[in-house]
Design a binder for this molecule. Structure first.
Ligand SMILES: [Ca+2]
Length: 356
C-alpha cells in the first residue's frame, strides 16, 4: 500500500516497516462520513457471503437461491454456479441458506472455496474447488451444526495462523449455547480439513460459547477476532472473541457488569440494530444493521475505543453484509428480499463505500 492508502486506513509505517495506527487515527474526534461511490450489482437476491479473489473481484453467495456470483471490482456480475443441497426456509421467515464464503489462505495454489450452508437437516461447512470460473462439487468439512428456522449463525473466517473459525447460532435452543459440547451457539475453531486442532480450550471444536446468534466474524490486522451477535429483546453486541470465553447467553444480553461473562465492546438496543455483517477497516469495526437499516462503526482501539457512529440510515433498507475490499473500500449488501420487508424495485444490491 502507498502512504496515502495507509493514511486513509488510519495506518502508517515505522522506519522498520511495521504498520502502526497514525496519531490522527487515535485522536481524531470524528472522521468524515463514508460515501457510497458505486452500485456494484443490483437486482440480486439476498447477497450474504463475500470472499475477495486475488485481483480484487469477489465471489458472493445468494442466501436463498444457493447461487454464487462473481462480482467484478468495478461493477457487474455473472453466476458461476449453484451449491447443491442448500435449503433455505425464507418463505417461513427463516434465516438459513447459503451463508458465508471464505477462501483458503493458500487459495492461489489449492483453489479451495469454503461455504457455510443450511441443508434439509443441518448446517454445515463445505469446501469446493473454484477453478477457471467454475465451481466444483462440495465436500463436507463439518456437518451436524444444529439448524432451526432462526439462529443459524453462518460466519467463516481464517485466522492469520490458518485455522478456520465458524460462527454458529443456538438454533432456537438457548441452553445449547452454554453446553460446551454442542456445536450450537459457539465460535468454533478447526483445521482447514475440519479436524479439532491442538490448542482448543475444551478439547473439541468449541473456541468460545454463550452465543445466541453470531452471524459473521472477521479478524483485524492485529489478528484479533471480532463478531457481531443478535440479542433477543434487549441488546445486540459487538464482541471481541477470546479463547474459552463465555459470552453470557442465555443469562445476559449486553454488558453484565460484575457477572463474570465477557462484555461486548459495544451494544445496541435490538430495535436499533440487528447486526449481521462485520468488517474491520481504518481502526473501526463496521457492522451491517438489518432492523436499524444502517451501517454502524465502532472504534476498536485507542482513546475513543468503543465510540459508535451511524451512517446511511434508511437510505438502502436493510443492510446485511459488510466486507473490507483489498482496495480499502467497504462492500455492503442490502437484504430487502429476505422475507422481513417489502422490497422495492431492483433490490437487492451490492454497494461500494469509500471511507471519508
Ligand atoms: Ca453476550
Amino acid at each position: 500500500m502507498d502512504r496515502r492508502t495507509l493514511l486513509k486506513a488510519g495506518l502508517a509505517t515505522t522506519a522498520g516497516g511495521i504498520l502502526v495506527p497514525t496519531a490522527g487515527a487515535l485522536t481524531a474526534p470524528a472522521a468524515a462520513a463514508p460515501k457510497v461511490t458505486k452500485v456494484l450489482a443490483r437486482d440480486i437476491d439476498v447477497p450474504w457471503g463475500i470472499a475477495f479473489l486475488p485481483g480484487g473481484n469477489a465471489l458472493v453467495s445468494e442466501r436463498d437461491t444457493g447461487r454464487i456470483l462473481r462480482v467484478k471490482k468495478d461493477g457487474g456480475f455473472r453466476p458461476v454456479g449453484r451449491v447443491p443441497g442448500v435449503v433455505s426456509n425464507s418463505s417461513s421467515g427463516g434465516e438459513g441458506g447459503l451463508l458465508a464464503l471464505a477462501l483458503h489462505p493458500n487459495f492461489r495454489r489449492n483453489n479451495w472455496l469454503y461455504a457455510y450452508m443450511s441443508t434439509r437437516n443441518d448446517n454445515r461447512v463445505v469446501r469446493m474447488k473454484y477453478v477457471n470460473g467454475r465451481l466444483g462439487d462440495p465436500k463436507v468439512v463439518l456437518r451436524g451444526i444444529p439448524k432451526a428456522t432462526h439462529h443459524n449463525g453462518g460466519g467463516l473466517a481464517f485466522s492469520p495462523s490458518g485455522h478456520l473459525f465458524v460462527a454458529t447460532g443456538d438454533a432456537e435452543n438457548s441452553s445449547a449455547a452454554q453446553n460446551r459440547k454442542s456445536l450450537a451457539g459457539k465460535i468454533l475453531r478447526m483445521t482447514p480439513r475440519g479436524e479439532v486442532p491442538s490448542g482448543n480450550p475444551f478439547g473439541n471444536y468449541t473456541w468460545s460459547y454463550g452465543h445466541r446468534n453470531p452471524e459473521q466474524i472477521t479478524f483485524d490486522p492485529r489478528g484479533r477476532l471480532w463478531s457481531s451477535e443478535f440479542g433477543e429483546k434487549d441488546k445486540d453486541e459487538l464482541n471481541r472473541i477470546v479463547r474459552g470465553g463465555n459470552y453470557g447467553w442465555p443469562y445476559v444480553e449486553g454488558k453484565d457488569g460484575s457477572g463474570g461473562y465477557r462484555d461486548p465492546l459495544a451494544q445496541w438496543d435490538t430495535d436499533q440494530c440487528s447486526p449481521s455483517g462485520i468488517a474491520i477497516l481504518g481502526g473501526r469495526a463496521w457492522l451491517g444493521a438489518l432492523r436499524g437499516e444502517c451501517v454502524y462503526s465502532v472504534r476498536i482501539s485507542g482513546p475513543n475505543r468503543g465510540r459508535k457512529a451511524r451512517y446511511f440510515t434508511g437510505d438502502h433498507g436493510r443492510i446485511r453484509s459488510v466486507a473490507a475490499a483489498p482496495d480499502n473500500t467497504l462492500w455492503i449488501t442490502t437484504s430487502n428480499r429476505d422475507g422481513r420487508t417489502t422490497p422495492g424495485p431492483n433490490d437487492d444490491k451490492i454497494l461500494r463505500v469509500r471511507l471519508g
